[in-house]
Design a protein around this ligand. Sequence first.
Ligand code: SF4
Ligand code: SF4
Length: 230
Amino acid sequence: MIVAEQKPIGDIAASLGSFKNIVIASCDTCVTVCLAGGEKEALEIQGLLTLCDRESGAERAYTVVNIKRQCDDEFFEGENDVIARADAVLSLACGAGVQFMAEKYRSLPILPALNTKFMGASRGLGYWTEMCQGCGNCILERTGGICPVSRCSKSIFNGPCGGSQNGKCEVSPDIDCGWQLIYDRLRAIGQLDRLSGIIETRDWSTSRDGGPRSLALPDARVGKEDERVV
Ligand code: SF4
Ligand code: SF4
């Protein structure tokens, strides 16, 4: 899932500038799970912004809309009219959702209420850690299911480096050494022989180094991209 956290309410309030009629749009998938951008958080932000306005003397009206996924056109049906009447939208989606809305509503400012952090997994109540950087060429089968790109601070492919101490990364004693985790995992599943080979230098063009990426499944594509623009 995409993990994100809310910006400080003062920063959000400042970003509203002189806009008067604000739609607050929740995104009811990943950012709901990480307690940052769901329906409940949208109502909380509405309340906090109302308090900020009371203190500052700003006069604004807020309308909350709930979008199942802000990165998918089909979930905006029924909300287009209320959104189109706003001066600006405060989006509680990840950065992808904010940008998707900005492309869809081309004449409308779309303001981010969240800081998008990483792709990760839940480790307990209110706690998530980074697991994947979307490198585009997964090698988890060679590393015991533990990602060296995300979980080694240097993204080393043949670790550990000389800084690994007592299972911890030299970057911080609070961070497990990713390559210690890989070693422990390979030992536990009887695949330590995997470490005898060198993981070859890779072509990073499948990652961000190759520029903005896209994925097209020809058999699944229907309609034209521009049909989503309002
Ligand atoms: S190897 Fe790449 S795709 Fe696989 S988990 Fe790591 S970053 Fe993600
Ligand atoms: S100590 Fe471990 S996790 Fe940290 S940079 Fe070195 S190999 Fe990577």
